[in-house]
Every structure is written in C-alpha cells, then in structure tokens.
Design a protein around this ligand. Sequence first.
Ligand SMILES: Cc1cc2nc3c(=O)[nH]c(=O)nc-3n(C[C@H](O)[C@H](O)[C@H](O)COP(=O)(O)O)c2cc1C
Length: 158
Amino acid sequence: MPKVVILYDTLSGTTELLVKAVIEGLGTLEEVDLQLLKIGTKFSISTLANTDAIIVGSPSIYGDMTPQLRTVLTNLQNLVMSQKLVLGDIKGAVFGSYEWDGGWHVERIEELLVDIGIRLVAPPLAIVDHGGRLKIHPRDIEQCRDLGQNVAFSLRSG
Ligand SMILES: Cc1cc2nc3c(=O)[nH]c(=O)nc-3n(C[C@H](O)[C@H](O)[C@H](O)COP(=O)(O)O)c2cc1C
C-alpha cells in the first residue's frame, strides 16, 4: 500500500480546507496509508523520509512559507545532506493559499523539495483566499482535488 504524507501548516484554517480536497483526490487510490502531519504537532522527522509521496501545503506569510514549515524542511534538508536520513524515490507536490500577492511561496517550497531529490509530479498550486463566505472558489477546490489525483496517478504508474 503506498504511503503518502501531507505536511502542512495553517494559521487560520484555509490551508486545511485545501488539504481536505487533496485527500479527496487521493481517494482515487484503492488503498493508501495516509499520514496528516500538521506543523506544530509531534511527529518524527524520519516520517518524511519513510514515504512514497509527500504533499506540502502552506499559507503565504510575508511572501514565504510559514517559518515553522521552513524550519522543518531545512532540518530535513540538513539531515539528508549529512546522510543521517536517506530518501528513496519520493514523489512530491506543493500547494498553498495566499491573499494579495502572487503566491510565490509554493515555488520556495518546491525548491527545497527538489534540492533533496524529491520528484515533483504535479504543477505547484497557489490558491487565492478571497476571505468572507466564499473564501475558496469551487474551481480552486477542484484544482486541489486534481493535485491529489495526480499524485495518486503517479503512485499507480510507478
Ligand atoms: C501574518 C500574515 C502574513 C501574510 N502575508 C501574506 C503575504 O505576504 N502575501 C499574501 O498573499 N498573503 C499573505 N497573508 C494571507 C494568507 O496567506 C492567507 O490569508 C491564507 O489563506 C491563510 O491561510 P491559513 O488560514 O491556512 O493560515 C498573510 C497572512 C498573515 C496572517
């Protein structure tokens, strides 16, 4: 059964809405061992090395991923570079929400993943948070489902 980790941060719950849609997309896999790792909760960093796919989500905070997420990914990078953690062939995908700039933070996250050899299998997704009742446009929720489906497809096809 493929292992998938969703590593995400959220300050006010918007990214969590996107996580739910990504999970729906992953549901196209018959079986999946899914771990939801929210930044700030306790988990072992080696969980990030012991997976077939990692999907990372973050809000834009001052034009970047959240500082806590950056810390986790930089720590992972250091452990991989010093060969304390060995990554296998891990597939990756990145999504995030933002309100007023370009959502460039998803590219910063991708750079960190690619740097440690994670193979991206879906285009980065930066979703606009409109606030208020609409918050996330249904079309964008659909895009998050597609991202989950793309990861599922890549796991099926090896
Ligand atoms: C302290 C702070 C800084 C933010 N900085 C940016 C920013 O630089 N660019 C942007 O587009 N949105 C920015 N936002 C808006 C958030 O990215 C947006 O509201 C996001 O959807 C929040 O997601 P969350 O509820 O998962 O934390 C900022 C929000 C906060 C609270």
